[in-house]
Design a protein around this ligand. Structure first.
Ligand SMILES: Nc1nc2c(c(=O)[nH]1)N[C@H]1C(S)=C(S)[C@@H](COP(=O)(O)O)O[C@H]1N2
Ligand SMILES: [Mo]
Length: 340
């Protein structure tokens, strides 16, 4: 089965042909061996993550500590505050598709900070503290700023939109997201005209996120980027909820991106930092393997991943296989960004 996991030492062809349990055991075995190998890898591969545009999130994010105090203050909207939900569905993004079962979308997740096992993320996010929360904004802006969750949730009216979502691993779903266009947040950040890209970074805490300890060779923190044009596109959402409820932790609470025409890894979760840059920023998956996970990463059935076909996709709840659509079906809206 297609899989994102690709520490080079584990990038073995047998992954595709070995029955899952055997593969898992071999992986566990390699992991034990990997204490040394992983260390060597990290020296070779990390460089980017640690010295990224902003350093580590806990430094600037202010998302640790003071938890009980803030949680007790009922005047501050908290990440899990369901008041106001469900928000009205935007009729322009209500295509009448059958929604993926909520249970499937909230229990089959990629969130490597917790685990590389999609079915176990949900059970590991319990202690993840999502309130208080803030995003640090820096780089090419008029003035660096800190946006607290209450600012972030009141920047623009929250609305619901039904989007298709397609992971590079060839699974897909149809999700009612709650949020607002990223363009509203960007306007609030007042980027300078030299800004050509936006860099995003995820919360980075090895204590709350056990996967970070276990997968030391990954270039944490998780980071992503978009061109300004992509970021300002009306389809690009700041996601604050799904299925008419605040964002579950496993889906990237309290605030994440949703970029529906790109492979899922571009839709970074649990954002604590945004930097506006003149040059293309480093991204997590691209740092690991640029040929497999290029910066642009638009969904395209005609461009196979080096290790598997992208021609079809599997709906995560029904298992139904359907043809992949170019730009994940959003070509009418976005092809012009790419000269199409
Ligand atoms: N911080 C962070 N964001 C992330 C990931 C991750 O591991 N860490 N995985 C990405 C990938 S590969 C996908 S497919 C989507 C999955 O989102 P979901 O769990 O809500 O379906 O999140 C993306 N955002
Ligand atoms: Mo993904």
């Amino acid at each position: 089965m297609a899989n994102l996991i690709l520490p080079p030492a584990w990038r073995i062809p047998e992954r595709e042909v070995t029955p899952e349990p055997v593969y898992r055991n071999r992986r566990a075995f390699l992991k034990q061996l990997g204490v040394v190998g992983g260390g060597a890898l990290s020296a070779a591969m990390i460089g980017c993550g640690d010295s990224g545009p902003s350093g580590n999130a806990s430094k600037g994010g202010g998302n640790t500590g003071q938890v009980q105090v803030a949680a007790a203050d009922s005047s501050v909207p908290s990440a899990s505050d369901a008041s106001g939900y469900p928000h009205p569905r935007n009729p322009d993004y209500d295509p009448g598709w059958t929604l993926t079962a909520e249970e499937a979308a909230t229990s089959y997740n990629n969130f490597y900070e917790f685990t590389t096992s999609k079915t176990r993320v949900k059970e590991l996010v319990g202690d993840f503290v999502i309130s208080p929360w803030s995003i640090q904004v820096g780089g090419l802006v008029e003035e660096p700023l800190t946006l607290h969750l209450e600012d972030l949730l009141s920047l623009a009216p929250l609305e619901e939109r039904v989007y298709r979502f397609r992971c590079v691993e060839a699974w897909a779903m149809v999700v009612p997201w709650t949020g607002y266009p990223l363009s509203k947040l960007i306007e609030r950040c007042k980027p300078k005209s030299e800004a050509k890209y936006v860099y995003f970074e995820t919360f980075n805490d090895p204590v709350q996120m056990p996967g970070i300890q276990k997968q030391r060779f990954y270039p944490w923190p998780y980071n992503e980027g978009l061109t300004m044009e992509e970021a300002m596109h009306p389809l690009t959402l700041v996601g604050t909820g799904i299925y008419g409820k605040p964002m579950p932790k496993q889906n990237g609470a309290p605030i994440r991106l949703v970029v529906p025409w790109k492979y899922g890894y571009k839709s970074i979760k649990s954002i604590v930092r945004m930097d506006f840059t003149a040059t293309q920023p480093k991204t997590f998956w691209s740092s690991l393997s640029p040929e497999e996970y290029p910066f642009e990463s638009n969904v395209d059935p005609g461009v196979p991943h080096p290790r598997w076909s992208q021609a079809a996709e599997r709906m995560i709840d029904t298992g139904l296989r359907v043809p992949t659509q170019k730009y994940n079906g959003y070509g009418d809206q976005v092809a012009r960004l790419y000269g199409g």
